[in-house]
Design a protein around this ligand. Structure first.
Ligand SMILES: Nc1ncnc2c1ncn2[C@@H]1O[C@H](COP(=O)(O)OP(=O)(O)O)[C@@H](O)[C@H]1O
Ligand SMILES: [Mg+2]
Length: 250
């Protein structure tokens, strides 16, 4: 459904820097993908390239077989590609119900905003008239943002580190929320995350490092690889005297 073919992204500056290198990826309908890997590996840049915030230096992006490489963020949003930010925006003087109505404005008859709030784990009657401001906790704000993404009835929704800035309790609820929406909605979900609980939701896991896809496979295969990767990088002899730090010799 969404394909990236030989996508590279170079940032021009004092020194030209290739952030994404020859990325080939294919995302299918109704699946959950988790993109993980070390900081600086290129995950957020990949998300922004899918969204149209960055246009690739070379390669193609196809949506349902149609080349959307040259389309900007607004065009891609219209085509059904949406992004939820690492730090959710807050709005002055707008209520939760107004925000959701705005998000659902292109298909109002299909969207019931009370159902949306329930789907993200919030009691609609408690939240419809709340202001979208700092009176909402980080976890509540994330749920409302997820609800706005669902209201848009997207083909592809990208969430960049949804776990950022929320406590453990809210995080566990958030993982359940993604599970719930996956079973109820047709949207393909791309989650960028370091969290094992989020990885467990994936149909497929993609590992990015150094601007490349270093592994992509079904969840269980990747998770088994991560769990079993306990071999010692130090092949030399390891010496530790009593009360001393260990030392690699030879
Ligand atoms: N607009 C930019 N200008 C220059 N360098 C950038 C820009 N965006 C990202 N980078 C660099 O590209 C690399 C990948 O960043 P990013 O995609 O944010 O990684 P991740 O999300 O995996 O932590 C990093 O080295 C980062 O500093
Ligand atoms: Mg990032």
């Amino acid at each position: 459904m969404l394909q990236l073919q030989k996508v590279s992204l170079e940032i021009q500056g004092d020194i030209d820097f290739e952030i994404l290198k020859n990325i080939n990826l294919e995302f299918h309908e109704k699946k959950i993908y988790v993109v993980t890997g070390p900081n600086g590996g290129g995950k957020s840049s990949l998300a922004k390239t899918i969204m149209g915030v960055y246009n690739p230096t070379s390669g193609q992006i196809l949506l349902d077989g149609i080349d959307i490489t040259a389309k900007n963020i607004t065009d891609r949003a219209r085509l059904g590609i949406g992004y939820a930010f690492q730090s959710p925006p807050r709005f002055k003087g707008i209520k939760v119900k107004e925000l959701l109505k705005m998000a659902a404005s292109h298909n109002p008859e299909k969207v019931n905003i009370c159902d949306l709030l329930y789907d993200v784990g919030l009691c609609a009657q408690d939240y419809l008239n709340r202001d979208v401001d700092t009176s909402l906790s980080g976890g509540e704000m994330k749920r409302i943002e997820i609800a706005t993404v669902l209201a848009r009835n997207l083909k592809v929704a990208v969430f960049d580190e949804p776990e950022a800035g929320i406590d453990l309790w809210s995080f566990q609820k958030l993982a359940e929320t993604f599970k719930n929406i996956h079973s109820k909605y047709d949207t393909t979900i791309i989650l960028i995350s370091h969290q094992e609980r989020i990885m467990e939701l994936a149909d497929e896991i993609i590992i990015m490092s150094n601007g490349t896809v270093s592994a992509q496979s079904e969840r269980d295969i990747i998770l088994a690889g991560i769990m079993n990767n306990d071999s010692c990088a130090c092949s030399a002899k390891c010496v530790k005297g009593v009360g001393q730090n260990a030392e690699c010799v030879g």
